[in-house]
Design a protein around this ligand. Structure first.
Ligand code: NAG
Ligand code: NAG
Ligand code: NAG
Ligand code: NAG
Ligand code: NAG
Ligand code: NAG
Ligand code: ZN
Length: 590
């Protein structure tokens, strides 16, 4: 398994090189207009059969495959018996997830949920994950119930339509099902029937419109495991269906789904079972018991030897940013200058989401303490989901990607998960140019967040300073540059600033010499092609299948790359972009 994966990574690496060569002779790919297209244009084609949709997703995927290796039963049998409590729970969770799942288990799980007094988003997550046989947890928060139904409606994975019934309920069917309903705090029978029949009439009516002009807009497929009424024909634009469902309370939806799942399926009784993939189960284990998962991985894949290398690069980036601060373009007062320089000096980098100042045993004990009330059942997957989500609910609403680094303002600290330090992003002994252009950029980006218009007013110890807040608010140059960012990027200004600043810092750390540099061999051979390689490798980090991340804080991957390089002079020089069309200058806070 391992060697196979490593080989894959190698092949991908080769393709990237081939792509670089091809791109140069490719007439329609203009790096000055769309550098993302040049660097990532073929990413989707190359990775078409892979389980992930982005470069970052690939890192997560590889990490999860390793975690699955560690959680598989054979390993356990070989003597993982006296493991900490938290790791045991992780194994139970994974083991239950890997067992065959049945419709009966789904119904038992929904029964427990709808009998609860308060059905919130954790319950809804478990219910929908079970009912729709989701491999990835639904991410539900107070605001995106609409999005979750949109995603459910868009699912088109292979499934057998005989599994469910999609005809509206008759009153007789409803009466029969109602008798079998567990005792639930909600609702009153006639009231519930009224709501159900109204929703079903609305759902069905959406589909029977027969507008000749919109023929090619018709949807002929059924979303995976759909068990609500589904018209024979419906429009491709499913937002009306989505809205109808999102308007209902979690309590109503789960109860209603529970009722409908008991209808006999269209082709007779369905007795099928299904299995979750091992990497999906590893992913969920990581989502549900994240600290235990990371602890286990770090025991088996220690990356401590990489720490000095990355700490050194981080120090270099700090030096570069320090030069900018000391140049004091904003003409800040001495006090604010000292405040900023001190903050930079005291900023730390931690290469793990786990504490680094304690022994492994102590950290293990801390994690055990954190999960002491969690008792997973090795044969009850849905029950475990609920236990896990209920335990960690405050931080579970935004799953995000696990490989993402982040900056914690209150601690003035960068956290870079060790999972990032893997191919294709990082390999031991890779040429420094690859490390600087990828990890260097990432560190520079996160460092810059400490000085974006929001982070800048927090001190070295993470305390907000009213004085600095006042000064930046009154500083004409700072405000001028801020409105430059605002005009161009709106609410994404923080991220765009961090991208541009991070790229500049990483580039400068690699190519410019400074007195503070330690002795490092920088070859000046083929400087131009080195510069181009630097930018190509930087862009690789954002390669993905199209625009699926359009709505994130960072904007689409294409725009992220293109915006970051658009006004960066060394980039424009490296690709001879010239000044033929109107160039705007870069917005610079410092
Ligand atoms: C993109 O990749 C596909 C599949 O590997 C290949 O057939 C195609 O020639 C590539 N196109 C470019 C422009 O590299
Ligand atoms: C699916 O249902 C149809 C009738 O609706 C039936 O003819 C067919 O055999 C069923 N297929 C399976 C695999 O159960
Ligand atoms: C910088 O600010 C000081 C007062 O704090 C002022 O005397 C000086 O003229 C300013 N310099 C520039 C270049 O604006
Ligand atoms: C380790 O660091 C954490 C904060 O990151 C702190 O709360 C804890 O007291 C520290 N432990 C030791 C032994 O220094
Ligand atoms: C674990 O789950 C199974 C299946 O739901 C159940 O029969 C069993 O009682 C559970 N065990 C514990 C200790 O709760
Ligand atoms: C959910 O969490 C609360 C406290 O946060 C706890 O009292 C309750 O027992 C938990 N429920 C389950 C099913 O784990
Ligand atoms: Zn960011």
């Amino acid at each position: 398994m391992h060697s196979k994966r490593r080989l894959l990574v190698l092949i991908v690496g080769l393709l990237v090189v081939v792509l670089l060569v091809q791109a140069k002779s490719h007439p329609q790919a203009d790096p000055c207009q769309n550098f993302y297209g040049v660097a990532c244009g073929n990413w989707s084609a190359i990775h078409a059969s892979d389980a992930y949709q982005s470069f970052l997703g690939q890192l997560d995927y590889n990490y999860q495959a390793k975690l699955a290796d560690l959680l598989d039963a054979e390993y356990f049998a070989k003597g993982g018996h006296d493991e900490p409590h938290s790791v045991q729970q992780l194994r139970y969770f994974y083991t239950a997830c890997r067992r065959p799942l049945t419709q009966d288990q789904v119904l038992r799980s929904l029964e427990q949920l709808i009998a609860l007094e308060h059905i919130q988003f954790e319950e809804m997550t478990v219910g929908l994950t079970a009912a729709f046989r989701l491999q990835v947890l639904a991410s539900i928060n107070h605001y995106n119930k609409y999005d979750i139904f949109k995603q459910l409606l868009a699912r088109r994975e292979h499934w057998h339509p005989n599994t469910t019934n999609r005809e509206p309920l008759t009153r007789q069917q409803f009466d029969e099902l109602w008798v079998r309903m567990p005792k639930i705090p909600f609702p009153e029978k006639e009231d519930f029937w009224h709501q159900v029949s109204r929703l079903e009439a609305e759902l069905t009516s959406i589909g029977i419109e027969n507008d000749e002009t919109a023929r090619d807009e018709l949807v002929s497929w059924i979303p995976s495991f759909w068990m609500l009424p589904w018209p024979k024909l419906t429009y491709r634009n499913l937002h009306r269906v989505t809205r109808l469902l999102a308007l209902r309370t979690p309590q109503f939806m789960l109860t209603y789904i529970y009722l409908r799942l008991q209808l006999p399926p269209e082709g007779g009784v369905s007795k099928d079972t299904w299995l979750m993939d091992r990497d999906q189960c590893a992913e969920q284990s990581r989502q549900i018991l994240s600290h235990a998962a990371v602890w286990l991985m770090e025991q088996h894949h220690p990356r401590l030897k990489e720490e000095p290398l990355l700490q050194d690069i981080f120090e270099e980036l700090k030096q570069r940013f320090g030069q900018k601060l000391r140049a004091n373009r904003n003409n800040f007062t001495r006090r604010t200058q000292q405040f900023l320089v001190r903050k930079l000096k005291r900023m730390r980098l931690r290469l793990s989401i786990l504490p680094r100042n304690a022994s492994a045993t102590t950290v293990g004990q801390l994690i055990d303490g954190h999960y002491r009330h969690v008792h997973m059942n090795a044969s009850d997957y849905f029950g475990n989901l609920y236990i896990g989500l209920n335990h960690s609910s405050p931080q579970m609403h935004e799953y995000g990607t696990f490989a993402s680094p982040f900056y914690i303002t209150e601690k003035n600290m960068l956290i870079v998960p060790l999972s990032l330090l893997e191919p294709p992003l990082y390999a031991h002994d890779q040429p420094p140019i690859l490390t600087y252009s990828s990890l260097g950029f990432i560190l520079g980006h996160e460092l810059s967040h400490g000085f974006d218009s929001e982070g800048v007013t927090f001190s070295a110890d993470g305390v907000a300073s009213r004085a600095v807040d006042r000064e930046t608010a009154r500083n004409p140059r700072f405000q001028h540059e801020l409105s430059c960012l605002d005009r161009r990027f709106g609410s994404r200004r923080y991220e765009k600033f961090a991208d541009a600043s991070g790229l500049e810092l990483a580039y400068s750390a690699y190519f410019d010499t400074a007195q503070t540099d330690r002795k490092r061999h920088r070859s000046t051979d083929n400087l131009l092609s080195q510069q181009q390689q630097f930018f190509h490798n930087f862009a690789q980090f954002f390669c993905s299948d199209g625009e699926f991340s359009e709505e994130s804080d960072h904007g689409s991957d294409r725009k992220r790359v293109n915006d970051a390089v658009a006004h960066f002079k060394p980039f424009r020089e490296a690709f001879s972009c010239g000044t033929s069309h109107k160039r705007r200058r870069q917005c610079r806070l410092f």
